[in-house]
Design a protein around this ligand. Structure first.
Ligand code: NDP
Length: 328
């Protein structure tokens, strides 16, 4: 067994420490597939794990990093053999199971999906957990039956990772997309991804009235808190809101008014434990429906060594779009 490079979070008296160091392969956790990681990404949750600002890490030492693409090195799982290209998101990797900011990972084969046809490992990670979650949100809106003929679709946290992919996917699906952002300087960026209108997030982030003017038929919300309450209050009758994030806060200071007076639906999105058939469907749709030029336009690349320093940047809402981590 050899050693490989990894970011490692350790618990100490002051909270936690983070170091880039050698990690012994013998110390990897149980799993039937060992993967040579080629790419990972930076998600909001990775920011929480890297900085310790919220207790997402439940086991120490921990290798953070909640998603990866790579090549199978060894496998006892019937679906995977050495050389297969695979993708992983969720399942507690980087939280309870040793994660992706490392040259190697050992996981359950049941957690993996094959690299979707038409995407390179780097493109799959440009999508990553954030983009995959945006697709789950779009699928939830589709399943609810709301369509572009019903009115516009709002995206909150639009310049972030989930938001950027959501804007591109909704625009491609024919929606008139309203992108809510706190960054006026990103107007051209968001219009380039397909946003038709820009909404200053200041209009949404303060506590508002239980019901407001009906402005959108659908929404993908990455922000939570008062923003989500206002999004619900301004959703058209029988519309739907897919809620996936908490960038503003975990609370939801709303009333039942949007639900019982307008028939608005609140659809919860959890990307971590999505069953395999739905995962495959989501990745298949991403490969078919996401414009790869737009994906490239929303993506920057950093090295494995650099990602350890980027936790504060994403938590303070300064990261635009998606960040791919080149590992191998
Ligand atoms: P990002 O940091 O890339 O995006 C979040 C965006 O939200 C920011 O770019 C910013 O957009 C906006 N924002 C940040 N702070 C605030 C604030 N205080 N008030 C209002 N808006 C704010 O993160 P991700 O895209 O990776 O994740 C977005 C959210 O989705 C996170 O909360 C994350 O935990 C959650 N998530 C949930 C998943 C699930 O399974 N349910 C899976 C993946 C992510 P702008 O500057 O444009 O306003």
């Amino acid at each position: 067994m050899g050693a490989f490079k990894a970011w490692v979070v350790e618990k100490n008296e002051g909270g936690q420490s983070l170091a880039f160091r050698d990690f012994d392969e013998a110390d990897l956790m149980e799993g039937d597939v060992t993967v040579r990681v080629s790419h990972s990404t930076l998600n909001y949750k990775d920011g929480l794990a890297l900085t310790g600002k919220s207790p997402v890490v439940r086991r120490f030492p921990m290798i953070p990093g909640i998603d990866f693409a790579g090549t199978v090195e060894t496998s006892d799982h019937p679906d995977y053999k050495p050389g297969d290209a695979v993708v992983l998101t969720g399942w507690g990797v980087g939280e309870t199971h040793l994660g992706a900011y490392a040259e190697k990972a050992r996981v359950k084969g049941d957690w993996l999906v094959p690299l979707p046809q038409g995407l390179s490992p780097e493109q799959a990670m440009a999508v990553g957990t954030a983009g995959y979650t945006a697709m789950l949100a779009l699928m939830a809106l589709d399943a609810h039956g709301v369509t572009p003929a019903d009115g516009p679709a709002l995206v909150t946290g639009a310049s972030g990772g989930v938001g950027s992919v959501a804007v591109a996917l909704l625009a491609r699906a024919g929606w008139h997309v309203i992108a809510s952002t706190g960054r006026a300087g990103e107007t051209d960026y968001l219009k380039g991804l397909g946003a038709a209108d820009i909404l200053d997030r200041a209009e949404l982030e303060k506590p508002g009235r239980p019901l407001g003017k009906e402005r959108w038929a659908a929404a993908i919300d990455a922000v939570g808190s008062a923003t989500l309450a206002n999004v619900l209050a301004m959703t058209k009758a029988d519309g739907a809101v897919a809620a996936c994030g908490l960038a503003q806060g975990m609370d939801l200071p709303t009333s039942v008014a949007p639900f019982i007076l307008r028939g608005v639906s609140l659809l919860g999105i959890n990307s971590v434990t999505t069953p395999l058939p739905k995962r495959r469907e989501a990745w298949g749709r991403i490969a078919r429906e996401l414009d790869l030029d737009k994906l490239a336009a929303m993506t920057r690349k950093v090295t494995l060594q650099e990602v350890g320093q980027l936790g504060d940047e994403i938590l303070s809402g300064q990261v635009r779009g998606r960040t791919v981590v080149t590992v191998g």
